[in-house]
Design a protein around this ligand. Structure first.
Ligand code: PLP
Length: 395
């Protein structure tokens, strides 16, 4: 057995199902294993790798900052966190504030705590979450992740979390009481298998929440940072939440998360009510500043829109051709090909052919390449994917 894999077996807790070789290096849309084999990564970091691997400018800025100042506690000042918050507000609400943490689940925890704090004066203690959602594995975030399989043995979870069908406004309304403080949803459910909300649904939610003093929270951990062809998915739908979470693509691989809060709710969390030791460190926010700069300079939004058209055309053509495909759906560079059967054989074949993809809920293949992927790698990846699906279809 491979030495590193054996060391994993011996010393790392078995909370993950790992496959493939041992990767030691990345560059752009490729990963390299111990034997210098090259794998085309069409699912970099589960949506994290928006700029591919080892992006030169981001790596350089991280290295420079690491030599200068890695961490200062949040009771002291340093420049990057402030500059980073300013950029995020400029790109979103224009007026509002940001709280920084270190991961997606933590950003959801911050959103849940803000909702609870907002509701506490008004005796509003309930939060509505969506079925098939994914918000993370910590207890608060898991309480909002309405999937039996994930909540399983961890019951009882947080009190006061109710659930509604995603995309069904009446189902949401049926859960609302005088105690509803907030509703949390992903505008496009990621782990749930790329389930896309309609604009009408989100508009209705917005109107109802405004009229009933309910916080509308979007979890944009996966959809944020240009994934949809807009900087944030709410801009794609044209429906503004009261606050939203970011994490996966925010540091393009460097761990960081945040909530971006609109002006009206920016003072709900007061001094001492929430904190994070590492949150928004000089090093992490240097990474974010470099990512934001790269998105602009490399015209990443334009690339996503251009590639979205090709993806839509080719995957829809593939659906027409292959009866094994149940559905094709997506926005920007966030796509799903849902099969009628278990998709694991397709995943395995692609891994053998040295391409990395993803399967969620057994039948849904997620296609989410880096947002700055070049034409050549994009075409190559799509061709390999099409070939694997055709093969599977003939079996
Ligand atoms: C991945 C994800 C999370 C959890 O992020 P972690 O960094 O793993 O805690 C939360 N919400 C959404 C929408 C996600 O896709």
């Amino acid at each position: 057995m491979n030495k590193i894999k054996k060391t994993f077996d011996d010393y790392v807790m078995g909370t993950y199902t790992r496959t493939g070789p041992v990767f030691v290096k990345g560059k752009g849309s490729y990963l390299f294993d111990e034997d210098k084999n090259k794998y085309l990564d069409f699912f970099p970091g589960w949506g994290v790798g928006i700029l591919g691997h080892a992006h030169a400018a981001v790596a350089k800025d991280i290295a420079t900052q690491a030599k200068q100042l890695i961490h200062v506690p949040n009771n002291l000042y340093s420049p990057n966190q402030a500059l980073c918050a300013k950029e995020l507000i400029k790109a979103s609400f224009k007026k509002g504030k940001v709280f920084f943490c270190n991961s997606g689940a933590e950003s959801v925890e911050a959103a849940v705590k803000l909702a609870k704090a907002y509701g506490s004066d008004k005796k509003k203690t309930e939060i509505i979450a969506m079925k098939k959602s994914f918000h993370g594995r910590t207890i608060g975030a898991l309480s909002c992740t309405v999937q039996d399989q994930k909540q399983g043995p961890f019951q009882p979870l947080l009190k006061g979390i109710k659930s509604a069908e995603f995309g069904d406004f009446e189902s949401f309304k049926a859960q609302v009481t005088a105690k509803t403080a907030a509703v949390i949803l992903e505008p496009i459910q990621g782990e749930g298998g790329v389930n896309i909300a309609t604009k009408e649904y989100l508009q209705k939610m917005r109107e109802f929440c405004t009229n009933n003093d309910i916080l509308l929270i979007f979890d944009e951990v996966q959809t944020g940072m240009a994934r949809t062809g807009k900087m944030f998915a709410y801009q794609y739908f044209g429906v503004e939440p009261d606050l939203f979470t970011l994490s996966k693509g925010l540091g393009a691989g460097f761990p960081i998360g945040c909530i971006v809060v609109s002006e009206k709710f920016e003072t709900v969390l007061k001094p001492g009510m929430h904190a994070s030791t590492f949150g928004g460190s000089p090093l992490a926010t240097a990474a974010v500043l470099a990512v934001l700069k790269a998105i602009k300079e490399e015209k990443v939004l334009a690339n996503v829109k251009k590639k979205e058209k090709v993806m839509a055309k080719r995957l829809n053509a593939l659906k027409k051709e292959c009866s094994c495909i149940k559905d094709v759906r997506g926005v920007g560079l966030m796509w799903a090909v849902e099969l009628n059967d278990n998709a694991k054989p397709v995943y395995d074949e692609l891994m053998t052919r040295k391409m990395i993809t993803n399967v969620s809920h057994n039948t849904v293949m997620r296609v989410m390449p880096a947002l700055n992927i070049n034409d050549k790698d994009f075409d190559k990846g799509l061709s390999m994917f099409e070939a694997a699906i055709r093969n599977f279809d003939q079996k």
